[in-house]
Write a protein that binds this ligand. Structure first.
Ligand SMILES: [Zn+2]
Length: 198
């Protein structure tokens, strides 16, 4: 017997979420069907309201409820140092490090020749534009330590250094192949302190 059409439809949509395979999508669908209607409504409302309220900051491309985001609006921050990350989740991870009080830029991904993701598919031109306009003296590249993150870091260093801006890469302590998002505060703090000029 095939899955009922309604379950099939739910499963097909849930399967598109990151990290969810067909089996897990089916399991989630049946789980939702067992949930009380009020819980289902809360789930749908939280997704809808999150989607409507969250917007990209026009300065750093962080996702937040306000634009400019609280970090870009914070006048106590050092304005001449910029930490470049891949995703808003990475920004949150780095922002827990109290020793870093500079600004941020979210690329919205990483270069990946195998997936045909090139410089025009992430926010590299916007980053260069900002570096030129905002008198940034140092860029700390905090992309992931996997091959996409490393490719992106090298490309950025080659593109930014000719502008006369110091470029450094997070140093010691981060596991190779790791995702900044999942690194703990102490590790990121040490990696910033031990950053190496590229
Ligand atoms: Zn911002």
């Amino acid at each position: 017997m095939n899955r009922p059409q309604s379950v099939e439809k739910m499963t097909q949509i849930i399967k598109k979420l990151p990290g969810i395979g067909p089996k897990m999508a089916e399991r989630i669908s049946y789980h939702i069907l067992k949930m009380p209607q009020s819980e289902v409504n809360r789930l749908i409302d939280s997704i809808n309201s999150g989607r409507q309220k969250m917007k990209y900051c026009r300065i750093c491309f962080n996702l937040n409820e306000s634009d400019p985001c609280p970090i870009c609006s914070d006048n106590t921050r050092e304005k001449n140092i910029l930490c470049v990350v891949e995703t808003p989740q990475d920004l949150i991870a780095v922002s827990k490090v109290k020793e870093y009080n500079g600004l941020y830029f979210v690329l919205g991904g990483a270069l990946s020749p195998l997936d045909a993701i090139g410089p025009d598919d992430i926010k590299i031109s916007q980053l260069i534009e900002r570096l030129k306009n905002d008198k940034i003296g140092e860029v700390i590249i905090a992309t992931d330590t996997d091959s996409k993150g490393e490719t992106t870091a090298l490309y950025l260093a080659q593109t930014i250094k000719p502008l006369g801006i110091k470029v450094s890469r997070l140093g010691y302590g981060l596991p190779v192949g790791g995702d900044i998002e999942y690194a703990d505060e102490i590790t990121i703090s040490r990696a910033i302190a031990g950053r190496k000029e590229m």
